[in-house]
Design a protein around this ligand. Structure first.
Ligand code: COA
Ligand code: AMP
Length: 647
């Protein structure tokens, strides 16, 4: 992509992006001065190391030191580090940088006591409470590698992550709280540990009063008791010296099969990129309040609830609630007023939920939103209606920015900190420093402006992006680097316009985005296929007014199955909830006589999706049995699909 954005002479962006590409070592070397090093890197980038090169080689540092100790040393001790606000329990708590440092030191001491050292893995399976953030930083403090698992996943998903990461210790809590129920985490953890082959040596359980958990002798330890033990016997531990290239965490994300990919995040590159982004992209300064209304189980939560705001000396908001129903569609505006939030980062689906309940935005008027300068959206395509709705009512810029678990921070956006660009509604803006984004055709050739293609990023990826998959360099190469030599394949499709602005239109693989949550239809098909009465199946993502997309499964039953199809459909819905989790929002299973296929046997998922989304479609010339598509259309219509709004 070569064109620079138009009408942006006032923005520092064009010069900064150009420098990051022409002189990456100079650019990132300068950016690296914003973090504290125990030893400066000997090379800003070494192309000979790792799969495609490594950043800040030879640098020694510690993320926890940069997120906490240095701020306390610099006089920020009494500044709030976290505003915890939990409308689902009614709890509120302010944790200052000093308090947080004390808690993290103690928890690091607990981990040490349990034999956890540098490079050991710790799985964190916790709800949105301050202790979960302490847990992440305690791992960083001693150089252990954390892997946070989102609470909405089922036991089997937790088990597969435990088997892959092989943690020495699991940190968990007795329960999470959803508006409609208490989710007992401990039984899910117990079940996961019976499914998993790997056994951690200890599980430390934080008891929440809403549902206390039973502890298993010899394995489970009470968080408060361990904290007490370490707090009285020692003042906790100091920061370990960690290499810039050492892993800080593993975060599992959906791949094209049921086996999730363990995205590895390094230490030095991540810190430098996040620190740059807080001012360059988000325009948020030390001491200001940043709110990312996500969950620590997702990459957005890792980067912008925890690490980036703390690295920048900001106050982060930890919100345990939903955009609607806790108690109403005004809660986001209440939080902004109460904590004087400067920038809010959320998923478009959250705004759609608010817009549905409060279409005129009347609840906004009850609150003083004058501190809020920018609203950032990511996680799924931001539909222009929602962007315009928010922009008009809030009267501030709404910035859609595009990224992935793999990249750890935005690939493209509108860098308001450098002087906002004139970005079109529907575009996710321009590439961030270090990203050379290209649109390629099937043969890997660059395509010109406004032409759809596969979006790829020229290697090397900038700091902050994954260096590899956890202990799977080969899977990393095959999944991301093999198709377009010299590039990282994003698996997103889209185009770039003549002004250099990117438009992200959808995935090229079978990943779908349900309420901003990334899920694999391939993984769901594996679950459907495991039902004893199912011969064949296909899962597609269909348009949903609120969640963007929801999964829809079609199954062909085995010959001779005499049970009522709707009974089996119900079992299939329950099976996905049990194996993948409620977050999959899998509610539609439809039994059909045959799946539409080409004569060579390829399931016509694309055409099925068009029918379900009420998009124009043509009968594929290669279809084996045209009546199979008619059956799909009739079955969907019998369920009231497509909904009128999808048309
Ligand atoms: N622990 C346990 N269960 C969880 C959970 C968690 N941490 N998070 C979600 N779930 C469950 C929910 O209770 C729900 O279960 P149900 O089927 O029994 O109702 C299911 O998973 C789906 O949850 P969710 O996706 O939150 O849907 P919802 O219908 O409850 O709420 C929205 C819809 C739009 C309000 C909600 O999805 C939302 O706030 N989305 C924002 C997403 C976001 O921030 N994404 C991060 C990327 S930036
Ligand atoms: P995740 O890894 O969960 O962050 O999901 C990454 C995927 O979400 C991307 O590959 C995109 O398909 C999608 N995505 C994220 N942000 C955006 C955005 N701003 N616009 C369109 N799609 C997005």
């Amino acid at each position: 992509m070569s064109a620079e954005p138009r009408s942006d002479r006032a923005s520092r962006y064009p010069a900064i992006h150009a420098r990051s590409i022409d002189d990456p070592e100079g650019f990132w070397g300068d950016a690296a001065r914003a973090v504290e090093w125990i030893a400066e890197p000997r090379a800003i980038f070494d192309p000979a190391l790792g799969v495609y090169g490594r950043w800040f080689v030879g640098g020694l540092t510690n993320v926890c030191h940069n997120a906490l100790d240095r701020h306390v040393d610099a006089g920020r001790g009494q500044q709030p580090a976290i505003y915890y606000d939990s409308p689902v329990t009614g709890a509120k708590r302010t944790v200052t940088y000093s308090e947080m440092l004390r808690e993290v030191r103690i928890l690091a001491g607990v981990l040490r006591e349990l034999g956890v050292g540098k490079g050991d893995r710790v799985v964190i399976y916790m709800p949105m409470i301050p202790e979960a953030v302490f847990a992440m930083l305690a791992c960083a403090r001693i150089g252990a590698v954390h892997s946070v698992v989102f609470g909405g996943f089922a036991a089997a998903e937790l088990a597969s992550r435990i088997d892959d990461a092989r943690p020495k210790v699991v940190l968990s809590a007795s329960c999470g709280i959803e508006p409609n129920r208490i989710v007992a985490y401990k039984p899910l953890l117990d079940l996961a540990l019976t499914i998993a082959k790997h056994a951690p040596s200890a599980c430390v359980i934080f008891q929440r009063p809403e549902a206390e958990a039973g502890l298993k002798e010899g394995r489970d330890l009470d968080w408060a008791a361990m904290r007490e033990k370490v707090a009285t016997s020692a003042r906790g531990v100091e920061c370990a010296t960690v290499s810039a290239t050492d892993p800080l965490y593993i975060l599992y994300t959906s791949g094209t099969t049921g086996k999730p990919k363990g995205v590895v995040r390094d230490t030095g590159g991540y810190m430098v990129a996040l620190r740059w982004s807080m001012e360059g992209l988000y325009d948020v300064k030390p001491g200001e309040v940043f709110w990312s209304a996500s969950d620590i189980g997702w990459v957005v939560g890792h980067s912008y609830i925890v690490y980036a705001p703390l690295l920048a000396g900001c106050t982060t908001v930890l919100f345990e609630g939903k955009p609607v129903g806790t108690p109403d569609a005004g809660v986001f505006w209440r939080v902004i007023e109460e904590y004087k939030v400067s920038a809010l980062f959320t998923a478009p689906t959250a705004l759609r939920a608010i817009k549905k309940e409060d279409p005129e935005g009347l609840l906004m008027k009850d609150y003083d939103l004058s501190t809020l300068r920018t609203l950032f959206l990511a996680g799924e395509r931001a539909d222009p209606d929602t962007v315009v709705w928010a922009e008009t009512r809030l009267g501030i810029p709404v910035v859609d920015h595009w990224w992935q678990t793999e990249t750890g921070w935005a690939i493209a956006g509108n860098p308001v900190g450098l002087g906002a660009l004139d970005v079109k509604v529907g575009s996710t803006g321009v590439p961030m420093p270090g990203y050379q984004v290209d649109i390629l055709d099937e043969g890997g050739h660059h395509v010109g402006p406004n032409r759809m293609g596969s979006i790829a990023i020229k290697l090397p990826l900038p700091p902050g992006c994954l260096p590899t998959l956890w202990q799977q360099d080969e899977r990393f190469r095959e999944s991301y680097l093999a198709e377009f030599p010299g590039y990282y394949k994003t698996a997103d499709a889209g185009f770039c316009d003549a002004d250099g602005q990117l438009f992200i239109m959808g995935r090229t693989d079978d990943i779908i985005n349900v309420a901003g949550h990334r899920l694999s239809t391939g993984g769901m098909e594996e679950v459907l296929a495991s039902h004893p009465d199912v011969a064949e199946c296909a899962v597609i993502g269909i348009h949903d007014e609120l969640k963007g997309e929801v999964p829809c499964g079609f199954v062909v039953l085995k010959a001779g199955v005499a049970r009522a199809p709707n009974e089996i459909e119900g079992e299939i819905v329950a099976l996905v909830r049990e194996r993948i989790g409620p977050v999959a929002a899998f509610r539609i299973a439809i039994a059909v006589h045959r799946l539409p296929k080409t004569r060579s046997g390829k399931i016509l998922r694309g055409t099925m999706k068009k029918i379900a989304d009420a998009e124009p479609w043509n009968m594929p010339a290669t279809i084996d049995d045209p009546s199979s598509l008619d059956e799909i259309a009739a079955a969907l219509s019998a369920r009231g699909l497509p909904k009128a709004s999808a048309a």
